[in-house]
Design a protein around this ligand. Structure first.
Ligand SMILES: C[C@@H](O)[C@H](N)C(=O)O
Ligand SMILES: C[C@@H](O)[C@H](N)C(=O)O
Lengths: 161, 161
């Protein structure tokens, strides 16, 4: 069955924080997220990919108003973990293709990635769920990305930008 | 409001494929997923974290029955992209904490990661959505992870393993 895309969603209120080069052993993910949770900081996306040579990068997004506080908390932790210097970026947005019946992401992802590539919009992060595929891109591409995806999936009407 | 966890979900029918060291420029994500979609291979999770020195790792999961076919397709592409050797692993499972009202993942993630760490279960990948937090772990930890998370979130009754 052809998955149907029902809309394009986006969030400007995102800032990403990356702890690069964390050791890939049990307890590390908790060491990073525990203090963030204890500080009542809302976390949206959490991304960790496979490790290489026993290290991996741990990235999460917070609301922009929590960015400075979260960076402070994570800088202390990173040192204790022997990670590399914490990286942060407030100038990002999350853009998502929302679907129904997305039994598989492959077709929708291929269309989404192709249309962003045609506009030379670089994808910084990718995360999927049952009902959507989200990418993080530079905030300067928000309108272009949303318009391009509306066209790519033949969606009419306007998202309120 | 305290996010409520409604259950623990898992999927054994997963195999992960990683293309390490892909160039971080527009068009690359499509170059990898396009041929996979064209081959009608179902894709579940797609994870890409931030790049370092212009390269990043691109990982996705497929059904185990598609693993060999997907690996063949991706090996050809990886060479063309100048990526490192493709890595694959069929011996993984995806375990997810499913919640309602998860305005923020931080608290649930902290509990989830802490309980897996206490059992010395290493987290290979992390991916989140509005309603759940998913981790990829070695398949040998499936039962232990599900039981541990049931206890951690005080869920009673049994998931059908
Ligand atoms: C990197 C981090 O996820 C580690 N593997 C852990 O289990 O906590
Ligand atoms: C790595 C890959 O995501 C690349 N940044 C792209 O936009 O396709």
């Amino acid at each position: 069955e052809a998955p149907r895309v029902s809309g394009i969603a986006f969030s400007r209120n995102e800032a990403k924080i990356t702890v690069p080069g964390v050791p890939d052993r049990p307890g590390i993910a908790h060491a990073i997220l525990g203090p963030i949770s204890a500080a009542h900081i809302n976390v949206d996306v959490i991304i960790q990919n496979v490790s290489e040579a026993g290290k991996t990068d741990f990235t999460f997004t917070v609301e922009r108003s929590d960015f400075a506080k979260a960076m402070d908390i994570v800088r202390d932790i990173a040192q204790g973990l022997g990670a590399d210097a914490v990286q942060g970026d407030e100038h990002i947005v999350k853009v998502s293709v929302v679907g129904v019946g997305m039994r598989s992401h492959a077709g929708i992802a291929a269309t989404m990635f192709a249309s962003l590539a045609q506009e030379n919009i670089n994808i910084q992060m990718i995360s999927t769920s049952e009902i959507k595929i989200s990418v993080v891109v530079d905030e300067k591409y928000l309108e272009l990305a949303v318009r391009t995806l509306h066209t790519a999936f033949a969606l009419h009407g306007e998202a309120a930008l």
